[in-house]
Design a protein around this ligand. Structure first.
Ligand code: AMP
Length: 371
């Protein structure tokens, strides 16, 4: 039987899986990574880059590096969210003829679905070369709150990429399926999804043959990248104090700070402290200069406490909308790479008084459930 590719088309990262021997299995991309940045770019020499290569040159080529297309897909240009993003995004967007959004990338104006299709096309090509066969069918996941237009545009993105899109399913539903939670009778489930760019909360009512979304909530502008930014801001502040140099004004240094900040954050999920060391980060009249700071887990937790608190408040709000109390919830599923942070796991556990499901890699669970 031909394989169907399960795709978690994420705001910041995407993942893909197929079922092999009855079990979902994550497919690595060409670079050997299990997730792929949902980023596409055209360079000054007119080369198209997708994934990690596009992300690596983001800070130095901001106006032609398109990220978070998922925030724009299937939305009207006049949509409040789009107008908010227009002010924040470093690339240009405008109203399309059909009242949707168009994004400027190099000399071209593209629909968000066309940008997402570039990411999907890479996933398709990488999966095909890994598996040694043509993959023509896909199931793509979307947030539970996506409306018809956003779902349709996601399906179109898949079709532009050359897939026959068999189904578009809800991300929290896929996560619940990955844990087999539909096999138990009638349960209320919370899916707490902290990704790179968004925080989504979904409350599901799961029974053997139906999964009903009772409430959704979250913040489309809160994610792991905000955590990274806190570390970047802290590094800039320290360096300015110690060396009198503002690294925030230096795009190359900034790109390196951003990558180092994310690495440090990830490391602090398993270690209590880490060293952020960037040789030759800048230079002045005395020659090349280096950056070297220690960051502890406790310091990081202090920096991002407000974000974690916000997420917990948003969970409570969604529970209220579903007319449920924390004690009514049987299972909690953690999704999104940021939920690897111990402080997040602790706060979630404290709220519900039970251990969340976290045995499946949080950045892979949606793709696994889609496959
Ligand atoms: P996702 O979109 O689900 O792939 O989530 C990606 C986000 O999770 C990014 O902001 C990553 O920096 C973050 N992340 C990945 N691994 C970890 C980790 N071990 N600890 C903390 N954050 C992580």
């Amino acid at each position: 039987m031909a394989k169907i590719l399960g795709i978690d088309l994420g705001t910041t990262f995407s993942a893909m899986a197929v079922v092999e021997g009855g079990e979902p299995s994550i497919i690595e991309n060409k670079e050997g990574a299990r997730t792929t940045p949902s980023v596409a770019a055209v360079t000054k020499t007119n080369e198209t880059l997708v994934g990690i290569q596009a992300r690596r040159q983001q800070v130095t080529n901001p106006e032609n590096t398109i990220f978070v297309a998922k925030r724009l897909i299937g939305r009207r240009f006049s949509d409040e969210e789009v107008q908010k993003d227009k002010k924040l995004l470093p690339y240009e967007i405008r109203e399309a003829q059909d009242a949707g959004v168009e994004i400027k990338m190099g000399e071209k104006w593209l629909k968000p679905a066309e940008v997402s299709a570039m990411v999907l096309r890479k996933l398709k090509a990488d999966a095909e070369s890994k598996l040694g066969e043509t993959i023509s069918e896909a199931i793509i996941t979307v947030p539970a709150y996506f409306d018809d237009s956003q779902r349709k545009a996601t399906k179109i993105a898949g079709e532009i990429a050359g897939f026959e899109v068999k189904r578009v399913i809800n991300e929290p539903t896929a996560a619940a399926l990955a844990y087999g939670l539909n096999k138990n009778k009638d349960q209320k489930i919370v899916v707490y999804d902290f990704g790179g760019g968004t925080f989504d909360i979904s409350i599901l009512d799961v029974s053997e043959d139906t999964i009903e979304v009772k409430a959704t909530g979250g913040d489309t502008h809160l994610g792991g990248e905000d955590f990274d930014q806190k570390i970047v801001d802290w590094l800039i502040e320290q360096y300015l104090k110690d060396e009198g140099i503002d690294l925030g004004k230096d795009n190359l240094a900034l790109q390196r700070l951003k990558e180092a900040a994310e690495r440090a954050k990830v490391e602090l999920s398993s270690s209590l402290e880490t060293q952020i060391n960037l040789p030759f980060v800048t230079s002045d009249s005395s020659g090349p200069k280096h950056l070297d700071y220690k960051l502890t887990r406790a310091q990081l937790e202090g920096m991002v406490k407000e974000y974690i608190d916000t997420s917990i408040e948003l969970v409570k709000k969604a529970l209220g909308e579903a007319k449920l109390a924390a004690g009514d919830i049987q299972e909690i599923v953690l999704v999104g790479g940021q939920t690897r942070m111990p402080a997040i796991q602790e706060e979630v556990k404290k709220l519900f008084g039970k251990e969340p499901n976290k045995s499946i890699n949080p950045d892979e669970v949606v793709a696994a459930g889609a496959a």
